[in-house]
Write a protein that binds this ligand. Structure first.
Ligand code: DMJ
Length: 489
């Protein structure tokens, strides 16, 4: 049965890939309804983001074709401003992973070139990178809509930059990334209103966290917490300080943001917090990466680290058990976001729990049988991966068959509602209102993450084993390698 399921997932991958090939080959993203492409960075983003998916799924012909494109067509000297984070996690991450899996030199060459072109982003007074950098000129700037960089963005390039140093021997990449982590770790100890929980904006020039912004495990905050732990895993546990930072953050989330709904199912969720310390009862689908991260920490015995094991007097085993329980409860809530949002069985972008703590909204979730309601502007689904990502990790680590059942149910819902009859898949405008209205966009992470994690959910444990590989935030596996003192540690 698992083989048949894997095959069906690969078929849907090919349905998506062939449409990309036909209408958007070498371009950034497929617009499946208009049967054309979208330019974002101008470097074939969907192709770079999926080299490793092709390899993992055993699609040799397609992998060779894509490799030929990288060898002969990929031009990184483009006069184009790119977002450092997006370009790092998708393009650089894709090249690094393709190199690690296939050992083909061309991917190393291109990854190194791209790394060199991204490096000027870190040339700010504080070392905190600017959000955007021009790939040809090396000029940098803050985002068009504001003066600050996003906290998650500046803290979610470290796995990739460390890997670059490992394979090139050039310590500049690791140093630039570590400087950011070290600065932020220092500020995290005393940040207000809650130590270890970071506001979602930071200024690149001053290096200061914004005092007025929200704390969130969703947009702009999410992968900060993910990379705290994954950097420790990537180092093969050789740098305990990295893991300790994660445990402090994971404990702060558990104590200050984790809430049980007072509504129907009493589900566990992660609230946001404003700058005054007040909770906001809102959860993005993006938060659904967190069950996987808590489970990985618990199963790797992260609580054993010297400066964390005595937190609250909990023993290592007690903390691991608590974190695993958090993972399992949150996982169920994330699955319920698919199950309870409407007849399509798909999750929206954001849900409001406990009526958003506003009694005027009580009718919206008071007697609906669910824990949450959905605001009209948040009804869309972008084919995001976070829930199936965590399902894959929880399946690998607990072997509870329900995680495979949930993953399959979600896959079938995507297949039923987001598949375009002429090729490809599309984001949709609402998971609540039928009939489906397509947004005419196939995000590169649909193939790079959502379908890859689904494929892995039904694969054997020795396909990208979790004790040898760590996934970057865009699902690109990177080898776990003990860190040497080469980087001036
Ligand atoms: C991806 O690019 C990454 O998973 C990132 O961490 C969050 N946003 C998208 C997927 O939702």
């Amino acid at each position: 049965m698992n083989e048949a399921r894997r095959n069906e997932i690969v078929e849907e991958f090919m349905w998506s890939w062939n449409a990309y090939k036909k209408y958007a080959w070498g371009k950034d993203e497929l617009l499946p309804i208009s049967k054309t492409s979208n330019k974002w960075f101008g470097i074939g983003l969907t192709l770079l983001d999926n080299l490793d998916t092709l390899w993992i799924m055993g699609l040799d012909k397609e992998f060779q074709e894509a490799t030929q494109w990288v060898t002969h067509e990929l031009n990184l000297e483009v006069d184009q401003d790119v977002n450092l984070f997006e370009c790092t996690i998708r393009a650089l991450g894709g090249l690094l992973s393709a190199h690690a899996l296939s050992n083909q030199h061309i991917f190393l060459e291109k990854a190194q070139e791209l790394g060199n072109r991204l490096l000027p982003a870190f040339d700010s007074e504080s070392g905190i990178p600017f959000s955007d950098v021009n790939l040809k000129k090396g000029t940098t700037h803050a985002p068009k809509w504001g003066s600050d960089s996003s906290t998650a963005e500046v803290t979610t390039v470290q796995l990739e930059f460390h890997r670059l140093t490992q394979i090139t021997g050039d310590a500049r990449f690791s140093k630039a990334a570590d400087r950011v982590s070290d600065k932020i770790a220092e500020m995290a100890k005393s940040v207000q209103p809650q130590p270890h929980l970071l506001p979602i904006f930071i200024n690149a020039q001053s290096g200061k966290l914004s005092e007025s912004s929200t704390i969130s495990l969703g947009a702009r905050g999410d992968s900060y917490y993910e990379y705290l732990m994954k950097q420790w895993i990537q180092s093969g546990g050789t740098r305990p300080m990295l893991g300790e930072r994660y445990v402090h953050a994971a404990e702060a989330i558990r104590k200050h943001l984790l809430v049980k709904s007072k509504m129907n199912n009493g589900g566990t969720y992660v609230a946001e917090m404003n700058s005054k310390g007040k909770l906001l009862y809102k959860m993005d689908h993006l938060v659904c990466f967190l069950p996987g991260v808590y489970a990985l920490g618990a199963k790797n015995n992260i609580a054993k680290l010297p400066k964390t094991s005595t937190s609250d007097g909990l023993s290592v085993d007690e903390m691991s058990n608590i974190h695993l329980k958090v993972a399992e409860e949150l996982m169920e809530t994330c699955y319920n976001m698919y199950k309870d949002s409407g007849s399509m069985g798909l999750a929206p972008e954001i849900v409001m729990f406990d009526c958003g703590n506003d009694p005027n909204n009580s009718k919206k979730c008071g007697n609906t049988g669910k824990d949450f309601y959905i605001k009209p502007n948040d009804e869309h689904n972008l084919l995001r991966p976070e829930t199936v990502e965590s399902l894959f990790i929880l399946w690998r680590l607990t072997k509870n068959p329900k995680y495979r059942i949930w993953g399959w149910t979600i896959f079938k819902a995507f297949q039923k509602h987001c598949k375009i009859s002429t090729g490809g898949y599309s984001s949709i405008k609402s998971v609540v209102r039928a009939p489906v209205v397509f947004k005419d966009k196939m995000e590169s992470f649909w193939l790079a993450e959502t379908l890859k994690y689904l494929y892995l959910l039904f694969s054997e444990d020795d396909v990208v084993p979790l004790d040898k590989w760590v996934f970057n935030t865009e699902a690109h596996p990177l080898p776990i390698v003990p860190r040497r003192p080469l980087y001036g540690d």
